[in-house]
Design a binder for this molecule. Structure first.
Ligand code: ADP
Ligand code: MG
Length: 716
């Protein structure tokens, strides 16, 4: 292939010619029996081999757009093929292909237009040198249809790939499933699968090919996870044995409420696993408000009872500070450890964040380095090199999705000693995704919330509807006068903000001005409906002192209106907060929206969430918002999210033109393939941990890891 030819394939994100082989056809087309054109009926599906006798493009008379027509003849009867486009340019591909005199196979549905037979947007395939008999044979075979563009019609892609495939020798193609494992699940070779994908004999062969290629992808993913599991188990963790009348027992005895049965079950699962020297590596999944914090505390108490340290890692300063207060509240008198009030069985608590005053920070670092049993709550600052945790027994990571695996390791693997790890997430993860993405973790699920939470109603409001938008601020004012607190969430900090808490998606998608905290706060201060109501702002660029002050003013009701970025997404807890206005809601992902909404209706008063969205041409954003408005159930939303996202996105791979790692495997539908691949990967890695005997599999893993690293680099 020439570079110019390859360049046409740019939009498919192909990085090498080899990638072309894995370009997934969208679907399979059927030509069908050749049709006799002299005997047509309206609406009939026809397949004909015909010659173009006349062709031209013109602009449409009554509306914008262009039309390309080609008069086709099978020698006896004429029929017109018609293609519509926004511009003549969009039709250039058809014009080039369907030149007068050329012969093609056409398939489509016939209709009548002004008394003449017509095929609108038929499929076609060059059939220059085919005899009638050959064409009839060709018409029997299905053909793959690729994601085509005007410049690059499907049949050109098909022809390019077929030519390329024919030029290859079988041994040049990687076979990631070792021969001896093919009998179990993945019958046949990748080589055969690629041929069947691009040039299938029949429909069932084509489906087989897709499944077989999906298995390759699943195996690569699962082999990585199996290696991770193995690597983790190489380093033993301290066994955290229960202590009679220790901290764990005291906490349980002093809790202000009964543990729910879900909490009791999960705590038992975790406690038992902590008694082993096999490092715990568990994902605790529970919707917003399901009561994960006390589970974390009790797990940490196990570490203290075993004479070890425990760390709780939070994604933001606000959340770290809040966790500390929550733990203090739950511990009550038991939180006096290390002070003169210390009573037996109490525990020392410390906070470590980047913004801590120097002297205080030094003290905490010294305490931690001394190895004395204590609980430390902190942000990323805990991961810094100056932090020594020589006696760490357990690390709890809150909101796991904010941290990478490497960060987890930085905390839990020091000097070859491994701490147990519990990661917590409120973002429900469907089973297949958990197996694929977090396949190296065990999973515990908190499936019941402590008490019925107050109901939160959600409405979508178009930003174009000025009346409604004004009404929002009146509503906010009523809410506040009734004793409620109101959040206003913006995607940006200020008009110049291109980083802050923005995610990449926000940056890419933002065409117009997005709501920014500083601007919105200034506007709301002038808003007549909100006269006399004091407001605070909260975002990631404020110092911790400022943030704490803002939170305190908001919670006390002194300043009951908060304009914030999505920093408040995780864990912020104000039972008085009853209303949330999300501005430019189309900018937020479904799980972020769900987390944000989780901030209201936490007390016994019902909540109101108003998602204000700017008109967007992304159909998907609207569908996302509709799903958001329809249910408050985290698991339902996670499922909707999964269905709305592209496969590649599910695994967190940026879709901005970059090739997705999964072309054939669907984490939505291929649960069986994933389980089988998990099984096979486990066997392969157990027999040959470094994959020395399986160079193709190893190479595939390495190239994927490289890719992931590149993706990470781009993000940071
Ligand atoms: P999560 O972190 O899972 O969103 P939290 O741990 O913050 O949830 O708990 C939510 C609220 O429920 C907190 O106010 C907490 O004190 C309360 N809570 C937790 N467990 C129970 C329980 N067993 N009974 C009553 N309230 C509980
Ligand atoms: Mg929480």
């Amino acid at each position: 292939m020439t570079p110019a030819q390859l360049r046409k394939f740019d939009k498919y994100g192909l990085e090498s010619v080899g990638d072309l082989l894995y370009l997934a056809p969208r679907r399979l087309g059927q030509w069908g029996q050749l049709t006799d054109l002299s005997n047509l009926v309206e609406e009939a599906e026809v397949t004909v081999i015909a010659q173009v006798v006349d062709a031209h493009t013109r602009s449409m008379r009554n509306r914008s757009g262009a039309i390309f027509t080609a008069v086709l003849s099978d020698g006896k009867t004429e029929i017109t093929a018609t293609f519509f486009g926004k511009h003549p340019r969009a039709l250039a591909g058809h014009e080039r292909a369907l030149t007068p005199g050329s012969r093609h196979l056409f398939a489509g549905k016939v209709s009548q237009y002004r008394g003449k037979w017509q095929l609108t947007h038929p499929q076609y395939d060059a059939a220059e040198e085919l005899s009638e008999a050959e064409a009839a044979k060709r018409a029997q075979k299905p053909f793959p249809i690729y994601p085509a563009t005007a410049k690059l019609p499907s049949w050109v892609i098909a022809r390019t790939i077929k030519t390329f495939l024919a030029s290859l020798a079988p041994e040049t193609l990687p076979e990631v499933v070792p021969n001896e494992y093919r009998q179990q699940a993945a019958k046949g070779s990748t080589w055969d699968a690629l041929h069947a994908l691009h040039d299938p004999k029949d429909v069932s062969q084509w489906h087989w090919a897709r499944k077989r290629l999906a298995f390759d992808e699943a195996l690569i993913a699962q082999a990585v996870l199996a290696q991770n599991r193995l690597a983790r188990e190489e380093h033993p963790a301290p066994a955290l044995l229960p202590k009679e009348n220790g901290l764990f027992d005291s906490i349980v005895a002093h809790l202000p409420w009964e543990l729910t049965s879900a909490q009791t079950r999960v705590i038992a699962e975790i406690s038992q696993a902590l008694e082993s020297t096999t490092p715990l590596s568990r994902l605790l999944q529970g919707d917003v408000g399901s009561g994960k914090t006390v589970v974390a505390l009790l797990a940490m108490a196990r570490a203290i009872d075993a004479g070890k340290q425990a760390a709780l890692l939070a994604p933001t300063e606000v959340l770290a500070a809040q966790h500390l207060r929550t733990l203090q509240n739950l511990l009550g008198d038991l939180a006096q450890g290390g002070t003169i009030f210390a009573q037996d069985g109490s525990v020392k608590l410390a906070l470590l964040t980047g913004n801590l005053p120097m002297a205080q920070k030094r003290q905490v670092l010294a305490d931690l380095a001394s190895g004395q049993p204590m609980i430390v709550v902190g942000t990323h600052a805990l991961l810094s090199e100056q932090v020594q945790l020589p006696n760490l027994g357990l690390a709890v990571v809150d909101e796991q999705h904010r941290f990478g695996v490497e960060q987890r390791d930085a905390l839990t693997l020091k000097d070859g000693l491994r701490a147990h790890t519990l990661v917590m997430t409120a973002t429900p993860i469907p089973r297949t995704v958990a197996m694929t993405v977090f396949g190296d973790l065990d999973v515990s699920i908190l499936d019941a919330a402590p008490a019925q939470r107050a109901k939160v109603t959600t409405h979508l409001v178009s930003a174009e509807n000025q009346k409604w938008v004004e009404r929002i601020w009146e509503r906010a004012s009523e809410e506040i006068r009734n004793g409620g607190h109101v959040y206003v969430v913006c995607p940006r900090i200020d008009a110049n903000d291109l980083s802050g808490e923005d995610n990449l998606q926000t940056l890419l998608a933002s065409s117009g001005e997005l709501a920014a905290v500083e601007t919105v706060a200034a506007e709301l201060a002038e808003q007549p409906a909100l006269a006399g109501i004091d407001l605070v702002t909260l975002h990631g660029r404020m110092s911790s002192a400022e943030k704490n002050q803002a939170m305190a003013d908001f919670k006390s009701g002194a300043k009951p209106l908060m304009v914030a970025t999505s920093v408040i997404e995780v864990g912020v807890d104000d039972p008085q907060a009853t209303m949330m206005v999300i501005l430019d809601a189309q900018q937020f992902g479904l799980s972020a929206l769900h987390q944000l909404r989780g901030r209201i209706g936490r007390g016994n008063r019902p909540g109101l969430c108003l998602a204000v969205y700017a008109t967007t041409n992304a159909e998907i954003s609207l569908q996302r918002l509709n799903a958001f408005a329809q249910t408050t159930d985290g698991f339902e939303l996670a499922q909707a999210d999964l269905e709305l996202r592209a496969e590649g996105d599910v695994l967190g791979v940026e879709q901005s033109g970059h090739r997705s790692r999964l072309r054939f495997l669907s984490v939505r539908k291929d649960e069986e393939i994933i389980s089988q691949a998990r099984e096979v990967a486990g066997q392969i890695v157990a027999a040959d941990p470094t994959l020395a005997n399986y160079p193709d599999l190893r190479a595939a893993i390495e190239s994927q890891l490289d890719e992931a690293e590149r993706a990470n680099l781009q993000k940071s």
